[in-house]
Design a protein around this ligand. Structure first.
Ligand code: GLY
Ligand code: MN
Ligand code: MN
Length: 479
């Protein structure tokens, strides 16, 4: 046993830099079995990405296009935040490798695609033991360039090859995730039209993407059940909103890539707080809990669903009244989702119901007409957020699209969007009667526009108050 009163051998000498020690470097080079690691890609990923590149190619004929996966921000020293690849890049490549780049060069017909990746460092490379980002000793066996080329059916080269060819690019357009240094060295232009066009193209989902969204929604629905089953424990053990947030995030990580956005768990007076992502309060045993949660699938397509559930299985009468009004607005909004209808019609339909309901409760200081007019909007005091958005690889998908292509455009089959009206009466809002203060209700569904109308992908969860109570009681009983 080492004598703690003695100094260890070589104490007081400088920390050894392994890469400078020939005895070490030659020893660690040898004695490794070769490991082949194919990329873990879902079936259909490569074909979907290829189709997406063709669509972009048609929009930018004759121009070099550069897209990037991006890099995780540093948290401290060499510790980074969790990496999540840029959505435009994933849409175009199916690849989620940090630091990867896609270069599309004009070809005889359309564009030729080359994917530039940081090659993993394997035994024999100095980086194998010295590079914490790409050395397999640090990050485990990883797919190499040839494995990626085979899986994605594109030309794949090491990032080092791009360095040499930067000037040869001679200009082109770059997505927002391409880093500024590369943009200037390669003489690229950040043409906002590229982001807008990608948003426009990503709006209409193909069959493969719709399957990914269905998967994300289905996993989210089971996540709601898992969370509700933990409510009694969260109450009895004082584990609070944190426990329910952690339950959903664990579920999302296990059955998908992770949560598609910051999970919202708002109990009681936290429910009306639109972005209650702090989730650090108690679960009140006799109040409603607003749960806004989405699983991001492994393909990175995400769901975005909200239900407000009674912690004890039964809404109070004010909660119930607010829920009924939100449900009516929700149904009115859903009824407007079909091809050819203007995107915003669902918004105006839901708002009409909300304004009428608030007027009937005596909460509007003006007439319904005046409130609904563009110069009024008094009802929005209690619903200041948007009540829907496109959904896809990003929770707020296609957000770079122009107004004319998004809010001002007619719906098309293949669009997936949320409809999410709510009412949010803050605990300190003196304009509402005491019994409504601290009540927040949102209903959020994910809706696919079909050829003949629409399909609510999240309809496994009820939207009426009685249905939600029954569903909640069933899952509370499973705990
Ligand atoms: N959870 C974000 C949203 O509903 O838009
Ligand atoms: Mn949403
Ligand atoms: Mn949401």
């Amino acid at each position: 046993m080492t004598d703690p009163t003695m100094r260890p051998p070589y104490a007081g000498t400088r920390y050894p830099r392994l890469a400078t020690i020939p005895a070490f470097t030659s020893f660690i080079e040898e004695g490794w079995e070769a490991v082949t690691t194919p990329p873990a890609l879902l079936e259909g990923t490569a074909a979907a990405a290829s189709r997406h590149r063709d669509r972009l190619s048609d929009a930018f004929p004759g121009q070099i296009i550069v897209a990037a996966a991006g890099r995780a921000p540093t948290r401290n020293d060499d510790c980074a935040y969790l990496f999540r690849a840029d959505s435009d890049f994933v849409w175009l490549t199916g690849c989620q490798v940090e630091g990867a780049l896609l270069v599309m060069t004009p070809a005889a017909s359309g564009h030729a695609a080359t994917l530039y990746l940081p090659a993993p460092f394997r035994p024999g490379d100095a980086g194998f033991f010295a590079d914490a980002a790409h050395g397999e000793l640090w990050v485990g066996p990883s797919p190499g360039l040839s494995e990626w080329a085979e899986a994605l059916d594109v030309e794949v080269r090491g990032l080092a090859d791009l360095e040499g060819g930067l000037h040869a690019l001679g200009g082109g357009v770059a997505t927002g995730a391409v880093d500024a240094d590369l943009v200037s060295r390669a003489g690229l232009t950040r043409d906002p039209e590229l982001g807008r066009r990608l948003s426009r193209l990503r709006m209409v989902k193909d069959a493969w993407e719709i399957a990914q969204l269905r998967e994300a929604v289905d996993r989210t629905v089971s996540g709601f059940a898992a969370v509700v089953a933990e409510v009694p424990l969260a109450v009895s053990q004082g584990l609070g909103e944190r426990w329910l947030q952690g339950t959903f995030d664990r579920h999302a990580r296990t059955f998908g890539n992770g949560p598609g956005y910051s999970t919202i768990v708002g109990s009681g007076a936290h429910a009306p707080v639109l972005h209650w992502v702090r989730c650090d309060g108690p679960i009140l045993p006799d109040a409603a809990i607003l749960l806004d949660m989405g699983v991001e699938a492994r393909s990175l397509y995400t769901a975005d669903v909200t239900r407000t559930v009674p912690a004890n299985g039964a809404f109070s009468s004010p909660e119930r009244a607010v829920h009924d009004l939100v449900e009516r607005a929700h149904r009115a909004g859903l009824a407007q989702v079909r091809p050819g209808v203007q995107y915003l019609d669902f918004h105006f339909a839901a708002m009409e119901v909300i304004a009428n309901g608030l007027h009937d409760w005596g909460l509007l200081p003006v007439s319904v007409d005046e409130a609904l007019s563009p110069q009024g909007q008094h009802h929005r005091r209690y619903l200041a957020c948007g009540i829907g958005h496109h959904l896809g690889l990003d929770v707020h998908d296609c957000s770079h699209a122009e107004y004319e292509d998004y809010m001002g455009a007619p719906l098309e089959p293949g669009v997936v969007m949320t409809v999410e009206p709510g009412l949010y009466f803050h605990a300190n809002d003196k304009t509402v009667p005491p019994e409504l203060r601290g009540v927040g209700i949102r209903l959020e569904d994910d809706v696919l526009v079909t050829d003949g109308g629409s399909e609510v992908l999240s309809d496994a969860l009820p939207i009426d108050a009685a249905g939600i109570e029954a569903w909640t009681r069933k899952h509370l009983a499973r705990s």
